[in-house]
Ligand binder design. Sequence first.
Ligand code: PMT
Length: 400
Amino acid sequence: MLEGINVLLGVTGGIAIYKACDIVSGLKKVNANVDVIMTESATKMIRPGTFQALSQNAVITDTFETPRYWNIEHVSLAQKAHVLLVAPATANIIGKVANGIADDMLSTTIMASTAKVVFAPAMNTKMYENRIVQQNIKKLISLGYRFIEPASGRLACGDVGTGKLADVDKILEFVIDTVKPNRDFVGIKILVTAGPTRESIDPVRFISNHSTGKMGYSIADAASARGAEVILISGPTNLLPPVGVKLIKINTALEMYDMVMNNFKEQNVIIKSAAVADYRPETISARKIKKRGDNLNLTLVRNPDILSELGKLKENRILVGFAAESDNIIKNAKNKILKKNLDFIVANDITEEGAGFGTDTNIVTIIDRNNKIEKIEKTDKMDIAHLILDKVKQITEHRV
Ligand code: PMT
């Protein structure tokens, strides 16, 4: 599949380095040519010979070795590469590249390369969340470098959180997609909503839900990668905006309603994966509400149902809803298709392990207007995003 494609893998010294071996094997299986550059710290964790055997190419470790080829190595490798993947990418290499530092073979090669550069970060959660690291990542994304979001879970240091190297399969798919992108959504405008809404009670408190935006951001990312022009309307999340996507940030359901209504007319497809609060406090106290008595009664009023409103205005647009359910999944989801005039709905049972809020994976059932039901077993939210887009594509093709 990647015949004739040169992948340059930069390996840095993170504990996830052992997975870089699987990445090389995976790339070789799809017939890519793989060259490996290891940083000095990486060579202290795994010997270059391992990567040499797996890649069947000489491994480059530093700039001061006798050149193996007649031309300058960091320039020749940089020129030869179709894609430069850094996996695992430590905070150090991200910081160096973001700040124009080129002081070893890997950073020099990245600097000399015009190939697409993809970082797969892996580090301790606190490091990953450090504002300096996040700023460096944002800066690189704004310059066109691509990042594969790390997974969350238990890390080697014992901490639980975000920072695990993304799944090897996900990294391989990302690389394949980077060099051989499927551009079947070129010319299509898609609006995606993601994340939670926040409904203020007073200046301190709000009503919200557990949505992290992962599902919606994956859809926006996948659609943009496939060539769509994407607007992402998002409640508060900690996620990086996907490359090439226009991000509109909102807090409340009413703000989301306004932004969706301002933008929906030009869209061909609208996918509503946001978890919108159905109710908001009737009044927002201007001052912090003080403790008084044992009970506090709040009066909540209905928020507009954005998806239902879109259903009325839909015309020939494709409208996709989500259903976060804990009981009678199929029955409730089917009702929503009719009530909200959807083309199809993506139902997730939020009580299932690995599904719904906050997880990197989801388990969904896609139900369309003709009652066709497709169950998708537990898989990464990015895979689900592509399957949703495939379904959108099928519907568009049937209409032509
Ligand atoms: O963000 P993650 O952590 O990755 O979690 C993903 C998710 C669980 C949030 C996502 O997979 C999901 O299920 N999103 C929809 C959540 C939801 O609000 O479901 P619902 O059944 O309450 O709403 C049905 C549909 O109506 C949704 O498309 C929703 O966006 C829309 N809606 C709901 C209420 C409202 N006032 N306006 C709306 O448009």
